[in-house]
Design a binder for this molecule. Sequence first.
Ligand code: HEM
Length: 376
Amino acid sequence: MVTKLLGPQALERSQGVRAKEVERFYSNLLDKALKNETVEIAEEAMKLVNNSLCKMIMGRSCSEEDGEAERVRGLVNKSDALTKKLFLATILHKPLKKLGISLFEEELMDVSRQFDEVLERILVEYEEKAEEHHQGTDMMDVLLKACRDENAVCKITRNHIKAMFVDLFIAGTDTSTHTIEWIMAEIMNNSYILERLREEIDSVVGNTRLVQETDLPNLPYLQATVKEGLRLHPSSPIVIRTFEEGCRIGGFYIPEKTKLVINGYAIMRDPNNWEDPLEFKPERFLDSSRSSQKDAIKDEVLRYIAFGSGRRGCPGANLAYVSVETAIGVMVQCFDWKIKGDKINLNEAAGKITITMAHPLKCSLVPRTQISLSSK
Ligand code: HEM
């Protein structure tokens, strides 16, 4: 997954794929602006994130026309609701865990069967068109090759491939989508931050082309804004570990197999770790944006855990940063945003596994500049 999809070199190779999707995202927003239509940010962001991920994984996006994309997005939402139930059952206790699985079995099997149908169709289509379209190097090619290799030490089946794709959709779609929504809401509530972002983007990128991933190292305030958004609104706030061995921590003996539930949300709002923890202040990250010193980043390791930590930390963090930063960059660069009322309500929805807004962000938008796209 890392060498073919999420590692730095793989991400560099797939930059063009994401740039096309960002252009499509911009065109959709522009179209809605010109027709005076209201935009639901999470809906547009989800299309962007989901299509980019599909293209990166399997060289094509899910088709909007025949409802395939809608189905995949619906399945991701259903899975999120189910994950919550299973997650609670897992935390609570073993017997409940067993009970949990049998209680949700029907729902689980239904989502699983539907994912299987869509993905099997995509796999077959990919195999049929492999010769014309692919050079045998993307992630899907490598997995299918391993699947056909009878002598492989570690046998990969079609089910493994499908399960891995489902895992990636679930891990990567809702998280990035709602991060984009939260950050736009914070920016719209704070005109100083909006102006500072615009100044930075206008001076580095200008107004004749869209923000691109290659601009990001030169946009430290944009990077800091996204980091601050993830600190206050981590979409996966809870991280779980199981102790492989008993050990002593802070005077307490922790037996082997204990489950540790780490509340990243509380850690990232802890006044002992952060000054004015509840305020949205991108400036706090200006010295530690990704392009600057490694020491500052080290200092953050224990108090900034939006992507978890260690060997099981999120392997999609780099992809998430570049995707969210470009999406926010383009929205700030190209449009003025109008909302009903003075301020956006930042309450959180109750009982979701991904932290989402209680009132989904809706706004109308006015183009600031019209950019002619390279693909048109
Ligand atoms: C803003 C977006 C995202 C956030 C906040 C986020 C956060 C997280 C967190 C907190 C974990 C648990 C880490 C741990 O236990 O230490 C995780 C795991 C994971 N994430 Fe992400 N993630 C995001 C985007 C993505 C993307 C775009 C992908 C890939 C397409 C991805 C793939 C994964 C996978 C596969 C795991 C499981 C890793 C394992 O258990 O070994 N994530 N993510």
